[in-house]
Design a protein around this ligand. Structure first.
Ligand SMILES: N[C@@H](CCC(=O)N[C@@H](CS)C(=O)NCC(=O)O)C(=O)O
Length: 205
């Protein structure tokens, strides 16, 4: 049995999409970030850094519950546990990690900085805000070009690289229509029942 502590954010939805894709049973525990539930002692005992998502796997070889944080580490863990959504060959797996890092680190941190800069200090730092938006465009262009060459982010099969990228792209869909290959990929993945169920967690659970 698996417990998932989550909220309706990109990092949380990566894990719920993954769990829906691999078909493992799990219980959702919604953490209301706006009410500060991530800073309650019961949650801090799972993740002292006060961040969702947290996965607790009770089905381990040792019999001890295994607690894991960081959305991309959780995707790796679940892919290895089930041998799903991760290619067999070393080089193909490396390609998956390459694209996971692109999304979680390069694009993710730039979007995060832009979000705060645009809302909090745009009037004082217009040049920095402009540079960040150019950088976001470059990163999306690169992402789009990758999908011009192949069906999925890391090659010919759907993988945890696609799941890493998906929640942020779904939430920004209306602003990304100029990227035609990315849009083709997005429309294809949005047809997947597991994606539809996973993106709705925790609101519909
Ligand atoms: N790198 C972490 C980031 C986790 C994270 O930042 N979670 C946010 C929600 S997306 C959170 O719990 N924030 C709580 C807060 O800011 O107090 C991951 O990928 O899981």
């Amino acid at each position: 049995m698996i417990d998932l502590y989550t909220a309706s954010t990109f990092n949380g939805q990566r894990v719920s999409i993954m769990l829906e894709e691999i078909g493992l049973a799990y219980t959702v525990h919604q953490i209301d970030l706006s009410k500060g539930e991530q800073r309650k002692d019961s949650f801090l005992s799972l993740n002292p850094s006060a961040r969702i998502p947290v996965l607790v796997d009770h089905d381990t070889e040792s019999g001890n519950a295994f607690v894991l944080t960081q959305s991309t580490a959780i995707l790796h863990y679940l892919a290895e546990k089930t041998q799903l959504l991760l290619p067999k060959s070393l080089q193909e797996r490396a390609r998956v990690y390459e694209w996971m890092n692109f999304h979680a680190i390069d694009l993710g941190s730039t979007l995060f900085s832009a979000f705060y800069l645009q809302r909090l200090i745009h009037s004082r730092q217009p040049q920095a805000a402009k540079q960040l938006s150019q950088r976001i465009h470059e990163l999306y262009y690169f992402f789009d070009q990758q999908l011009a060459e192949q069906e999925f982010l890391a090659g010919s099969s759907y993988s945890i690289a696609d799941i890493t990228a998906l929640p942020a792209v779904i939430s920004q869909e209306k602003t990304l229509t100029e990227y035609v290959h990315l849009t083709r990929w997005l429309q294809q993945l949005k047809q997947r029942p597991a994606v539809q169920r996973g993106i709705a967690v925790p609101c519909n659970s």
